[in-house]
Write a new protein. Structure first.
Length: 366
């Protein structure tokens, strides 16, 4: 579905190191500002143990997980909204994403230069947030000016859009993000093409030292980030960029042993991926057969035709019905045939709201 999560933050906070570990890509990661100029994009599989469990009872030729796209966007600095540090270019890259993963430095290391000379996570968060607010404020002001002539000419949509923008502008002028506003569906639709940055949901990634990884709550910097995230009704994930880079080079038993030695049960990057998935209100349904068992991403609240459209637009256009049962039902009955015999495979129509974990077979005609 092309969901993109932009990784943002100040220079030298570990963005590119984390991106490389997350995606197994080799984006440049060096100890100097603006190491990343053009955004790097990497497709990341969403960890979901249900996929392999389904394959135990419906053996396929291959397993295909669902995924997200992570985008490593160059470090922003104070003044980015005015073009400092190639800021306008970088802000344009952020507008293309669906959500933000804000990497915040929560470790001390004299050998790694901090762009502002000291480690202060809340200051760092506020520097980035303020630049994003300034950028949105500029975009909203310009759009109001552009639409005013149409609005005075009684263009109904222009009148409605200006009203929404004039509701948003004072909030931005107060230094607050748009995501905190209670905009209804119509208001959001009217401003959708502006791609306001501060309207995007934001996840905070606290990059901590290895010594704090097993219990990040003991890290004073992490505590501050967690408190800040709570005020924003957001989430925070703690990880150690250098450790995740090492984990990315390991497989299977070696990875499990390394995690165990650190007192961990899974990588921080798995938690980042899942948190990003949750941040965008995404769910997973499955299709299962002899050729493949596959996970598909859909927005929470999708009805059956919309979910079918995730596979192909023809599936949505020609949707008739869908056979559906749940993952847990398969786990209980051990085979699709047993699910059918128990009368637990349902035939649903266009009004069916798809649930996370549904296993579906679509009927369509084009």
């Amino acid at each position: 579905m092309g969901f993109q999560c932009g990784i943002v933050g100040l220079p030298n906070v570990g963005k590119s190191t984390i991106y490389n570990a997350l995606t197994s890509n080799k984006a440049a990661a060096s100890n100097f500002p603006f190491c990343t100029i053009e955004p790097n994009r990497g497709i990341v599989n969403v960890p979901d143990p249900r996929l392999a469990r389904i394959a135990e009872f419906i053996p396929p030729q291959k397993l295909i997980p669902t995924n997200m796209v992570f985008v490593d966007i160059a470090g922003l600095v104070a003044g980015a909204s005015r073009g400092e540090g190639l800021g306008n270019k970088f802000l344009g890259h952020i507008r293309e994403t669906n959500a933000l993963a804000h990497v915040v430095r929560c470790f001390e290391d004299d050998e790694i230069v901090h762009v502002d000379g000291s480690v202060n996570p809340i200051r760092d968060i506020e520097v980035i947030e303020l630049e994003l607010i300034f950028a949105d404020q500029d975009a909203v002001s310009k759009r109001i000016q552009t639409l005013m002539k149409k609005a005075k000419g009684a263009d109904k949509e222009a009148v409605k859009t200006v009203a929404v923008l004039e509701k948003i502008l004072p909030v931005l002028e107060e230094g607050l993000p748009v995501r905190g506003m209670d905009l209804d569906a119509e208001e959001q639709h009217l401003i959708r093409d502006l791609h306001l940055i501060t309207q995007k949901p934001c996840l905070y990634i606290a990059n901590v030292d290895e010594a704090d990884l097993a219990d990040p709550s003991q890290n004073v910097h992490y505590q501050k980030v967690a408190q800040y995230a709570a005020t924003q009704k957001s989430e925070v994930v703690a990880l150690c960029g250098s450790i995740e880079a090492e984990l990315a080079e390991l497989d299977g038993q070696d990875k499990e042993e390394f995690l165990s030695d650190l007192g961990l049960t899974e990588s921080g990057l798995n938690r980042v991926i899942r948190a990003g998935y949750k941040l965008l209100n995404l769910c997973t349904y499955f299709t299962a057969g002899e050729k493949e068992v596959r996970a598909w991403t859909f927005h929470q609240g999708y009805r059956a035709p919309q979910a079918a459209g995730v596979i192909h637009t023809d599936f949505e256009r020609g949707f008739i019905k869908t056979d559906v049962y749940h993952f847990e039902t398969l786990m209980q009955h051990k085979s699709e045939q047993a699910v059918k015999e128990a009368g637990l495979m349902r035939l649903e129509g266009k009004s069916y709201v798809v649930q996370d974990g549904d296993i579906m077979h679509f009927r369509f005609s084009v």
